[in-house]
Design a protein around this ligand. Structure first.
Ligand code: 5GP
Ligand code: ZN
Length: 112
């Protein structure tokens, strides 16, 4: 079982900020901004390359949940960033898709 599947199963603790039947969101263990939440589908999908049309609704839910979490923290107007890392050049370390939601400080562009 992958790390995030273990968190979803409750075998590894996480600081959850949201959960429903299809998604979980929890605080990143090594936050890179005052808000650094990971929005994770309960279904195991290794990378963005493994998405199919069957996942379109799920990805929409992830994106809207990220926006809702940012809005709850008061960052809707000031701004925030959402990131999917895919494979080595993007630094993907956990091979279960997750949407990073970062906010609470100015975020440089382009990213490193
Ligand atoms: P990636 O580099 O794959 O896009 O991002 C993986 C993220 O998962 C990293 O930001 C890392 O800090 C976070 N992470 C790794 N292990 C754990 C863990 O055990 N718990 C939590 N909450 N986050 C983790
Ligand atoms: Zn998994």
């Amino acid at each position: 079982m992958c790390l995030f599947c273990k968190i979803i199963a409750g075998d590894i603790p996480a600081s959850k900020v949201y959960e429903d039947d299809r998604l979980v969101a929890f605080n990143d263990i090594a936050p890179q901004a005052p808000m650094h939440v990971l929005v994770v589908p309960k279904a195991h999908v290794a990378t963005l390359n493994d998405l199919t049309a069957a996942h379109d609704g799920l990805v929409g839910e992830m994106t809207r949940r990220a926006a809702a979490i940012a809005a709850d923290r008061g960052y809707a107007a000031s701004g925030y960033r959402t990131v999917f890392n895919c494979n080595a050049d993007a630094g993907q370390a956990v091979f279960h898709i997750h949407l990073h939601v970062l906010g609470g400080r100015p975020l440089a562009w382009p990213p490193g």
